[in-house]
Design a protein around this ligand. Sequence first.
Ligand code: NAP
Length: 287
Amino acid sequence: MTAKIISGSDVAKSIRQECKDRIAAVARRAGVIPGLAVILVGDSAPSQVYVRKKLHAAQEVGIVAHLFEFAGDVAPETVLSRIDELNADPRIHGILVQLPLPPQFGIFEVLHRISRDKDVDGFHLYNVGGLVVGDTIFPPCTPFGVMKLLEYEKLPIEGQNVVIVGASNIVGKPMALMMMQAGATVAVCHAKTRDLAQFTILADILVVAAGVPGLILPQMVKTGCVVVDVGINRLANGKIVGDVDFEGVSKKASYITPVPGGVGPMTVTMLLSNTITAAEKGVMAPI
Ligand code: NAP
């Protein structure tokens, strides 16, 4: 078997077109242009790359994006005051704080300071709670992107065995909740899981988000399974790879996402979608 490659780049392109249409509609009906504020603290090179990508993608679909940069040794109160101002600014519909933050910050204090109506990353407790009960407004962007990829490929989730490798707050845990909500039977594995393969071999859909290159080998997956590789790892030779042995596993899986060009473009796209949702909320009364 040779797996069909799920192109996140293609799906992202299609959703970004839908984003443009939604922006045109909200502008026409309410005179509103969605605005996104991105807060970047410090000079971490990867964070700068991610932020640049987000700003560029936002501008490309027609969202007005604003960057607020702070030195790495900034007092947390300064950033919190800026968040308060952005919460009150009607031109700003979405606020994103690029993670990780320097050690002087209490991450939850920062994330929970963002208005729940502008929490387009979906990390505020209110939105996390919404995810738990199946009533979320802003699904966290990476797992939301994974769900969209499966939806575009018309791959059923209900009744499937879904195994998630990785249990972080930003990927693994929300992914598990979304899959459960969609009717899957879900197992979540992490670094303390004994004998990872005994779980992964059962997966109809395997989502891997551990940050360990080559973690998933062909003998760990069932023939015909769907494999979604969220991992992004830079090897010593500069090559970007996921967590899955792509070459080996794609000979056994029925569908697989590549790295790069799989989940990555979807994460940014779902941020755009959530920002537009924030702008639509409140101004788009039913016709
Ligand atoms: P994280 O916060 O470091 O969490 C990693 C998770 O993987 C943890 O739950 C950890 O277990 C688990 N883990 C680590 N080693 C493992 C192993 N050998 N076997 C099983 N589980 C293991 O990372 P993250 O932020 O979730 O990101 C995970 C990966 O996805 C990274 O490569 C990151 O770059 C990538 N990522 C990609 C996107 C995208 O858009 N494509 C977005 C976000 C993240 P413990 O909980 O026990 O420590």
